[in-house]
Design a protein. Structure first.
Length: 363
């Protein structure tokens, strides 16, 4: 009798912990509703949402094995947090793209920094050629003149059209390669010296499609910061040292998030000025799936990975920060297929993301 009472008490404690986890999961999952400019300390809490999601899934497995009648608790958590769960961990049946769909690829190539000898082949260049996408949007695409000449020479054999755009300080370059005519390009105005967003007007069949390539505000975390954060994640840094190691990182995260918020809003305002246009929006947003920035840009668009991807789709993989910060979105007159983050190439701190798009049939 005493043992049964003790057992029931323990299960009540565990159930309470499960409810607490659901509350934490809901708060961190829906924190993307808060504008970082007003709540800078809170909006990056979306980064820990996967931690609480994993704990809730653990509870689900636990109840299945030890008390099936309580599995409704973690299931309620998954229902309540359906939107952030789907944004972070979409589960979609993969559909093969139609023959006439176009392939779009976005890739932050990190200045081709692993390509040390320009007389040798570039792994990134070989990858891009093999992918054979119809539209390629690159971020941090600058390198030395010899490297750029080689890249452009080889890519010009595949793509008839190319355009570059630069941040105000000229240090950050983005490039688009396209099989379709590039009619013109236009910078989207927002306050940044180091990052930028550019709208490229492409002629695709009989339509003018606006492709917006983005490299939103970088976080500015140093290699030392990344090493410290990785040490915390792996348990090599413990005790009071955790706070000392993570405080400057979160300060930089908060500041960068505040800067990115109006940049994302500027992209949305640009699209609002072209209400009848067809859009493809992609690039390095420097913000994850449960962020104000991603949610703001995606409100009137289709997030191709969320709708057709499978799993967390981690696109940034350096220094302990494992999160999907690269995105492809499209206006509702496109149907996305088979969006994927390709983690097989590790020549950048980002993985490329690509998908296929087909125009929706007109009603």
């Amino acid at each position: 009798m005493i043992f049964k009472s003790l057992k029931d008490f323990v299960f009540q404690l565990i159930a309470g912990a499960n409810f607490a986890t659901i509350l934490a999961m809901a708060f961190t999952g829906y924190v993307d509703r808060l504008n970082p400019y007003s709540f800078p300390e809170l909006t990056n809490l979306g980064l820990v949402f996967p931690f609480f999601l994993a704990i809730n899934i653990f509870f689900l497995v636990f109840w299945i094995f030890f008390r099936k009648r309580l599995i409704w608790i973690p299931l309620i958590g998954l229902v309540v947090c359906y939107q952030p769960v789907r944004a972070y961990l979409p589960i979609n049946l993969q559909k093969k793209a139609p023959e006439d769909a176009i392939k779009v690829l976005s890739y932050n190539v990190y200045l081709y920094s692993t390509w040390h000898d320009k007389n040798e082949p570039s792994e990134i260049l070989q990858y891009l050629k093999k992918q054979d996408a119809d539209i390629v949007c690159l971020q941090e695409a600058e390198t030395d003149k010899k490297g750029l000449d080689k890249i452009n020479s080889e890519m010009s054999r595949i793509y008839s059209y190319r355009a570059n755009s630069y941040a105000k300080n000229k240090a950050d370059m983005m490039t688009i390669y396209s099989r379709f005519t590039i009619l013109k390009q236009e910078e989207i105005a927002y306050d940044s010296e180091t990052n930028h967003s550019t709208a490229f007007y492409l002629k695709i069949k009989n339509d003018t499609v606006i492709v917006i390539n983005n490299h939103l505000q970088s976080i500015g975390i140093s290699p030392h910061d990344k090493a410290n954060f990785k040490g915390v994640i792996k348990g090599k840094i413990t005790g009071d040292s955790i706070q000392a190691s993570t405080r400057p990182i979160f300060a930089k995260l908060n500041k960068a998030t505040q800067i990115r918020a109006p940049q994302a809003e500027a992209v949305v305002k640009f699209m609002a000025r072209h209400p009848r246009s067809s859009f493809i929006v992609c690039g390095d947003f420097n913000d994850g799936p449960n962020s104000f920035v991603r949610r703001t840009v995606a409100k009137q668009l289709r997030d191709c990975y969320v709708e057709t991807g499978l799993g967390p789709g981690i696109s940034y993989h350096l220094g302990g920060f494992y999160v999907r910060i690269d995105h492809i979105m499209c206006s509702t007159n496109w149907i996305p297929y088979a969006c994927e983050v390709d983690n097989k190439i590790k020549s950048s701190d980002h993985y490329p993301i690509y998908c296929w798009l087909k125009k929706s049939p007109k009603p």
